[in-house]
Design a protein. Structure first.
Length: 226
């Protein structure tokens, strides 16, 4: 029998936690609860498979929590918030969030997004061969990159972009397609963030080599030119 997936639900509104807990338990998930940012930190030892993280929480808000934990956990983090400003969405995604769900939300849509992110995580667990591009080595199974044995430190999203492009070398991906492949869902509202991630990837590669590996095809998208 497969072990139940664990979802950590963090929200200071008891009604929302109760609603989501009932829904996800019916869907056969194990639910872990947190009412503020500090409780989220205390619940991480239960190793959730996915975190639903409210932005406006006491003690530590959702952004602060994500910033503290993202370097130490790899599971998807989905923000729940009533904030609609683009700057807030971009901030959450740049801190390492995987999705941004606005309140009020359709619980069935939320369930579908959770399922999609968990399916994508399962696919990532399948080991892939190491690919070598000149002096750059990409280890897909352990999700790491080395240039001449020196580690290249990428965020989860940055590695996801490199993964999609390098596994499909020469194929052009639009920003929308990259956003969908990396985030797991259609995300045209926030696909402009891909441009910033590409810039950061190039900057990190630039510390080791003048070769960018990622080519911009103007007006179309990006492709890997390893």
């Amino acid at each position: 029998m497969n072990e139940k997936k664990r979802i950590l639900i963090a929200d200071d509104e008891k009604g929302i936690i109760r609603l989501l807990k009932d829904y996800f338990e019916i869907q056969d998930y194990q639910v872990i609860e947190a009412r503020n940012g500090l409780e989220v930190l205390g619940q991480l030892n239960k190793e959730p498979d996915l975190i639903l993280l409210d932005v406006n929480m006491p003690m530590l808000d959702g952004f602060e929590v994500c910033e503290r934990i993202r370097a130490h956990i790899s599971c998807p983090i989905l923000f729940l918030t009533a904030k609609i400003e683009e700057a807030d969405r971009i901030k959450g995604l740049m801190l390492g969030g995987d999705d941004y769900i606005l309140k009020p939300f359709s619980i069935d849509e939320l369930g579908a997004r959770v399922e999609a992110h968990l399916r994508r995580e399962e696919r990532k667990k399948t080991d892939r061969a190491v690919k070598i591009f000149d002096r750059l080595a990409i280890h897909y199974g352990e999700r790491s990159i080395y240039y001449e044995e020196q580690p290249v430190s990428l965020t989860k999203t940055e590695f996801g972009i490199v993964e999609v492009l390098s596994l499909n070398a020469g194929q052009i991906f639009s920003k929308e397609q990259l956003y969908e492949r990396v985030r797991g869902l259609e995300g045209s509202a926030d696909n402009s963030i891909i441009t910033e991630h590409i810039r950061r990837i190039r900057s990190k590669f630039g510390r080791f080599t003048a070769h960018s590996y990622i080519e911009t095809v103007w007006g179309v998208g990006y492709r890997w030119i390893g």
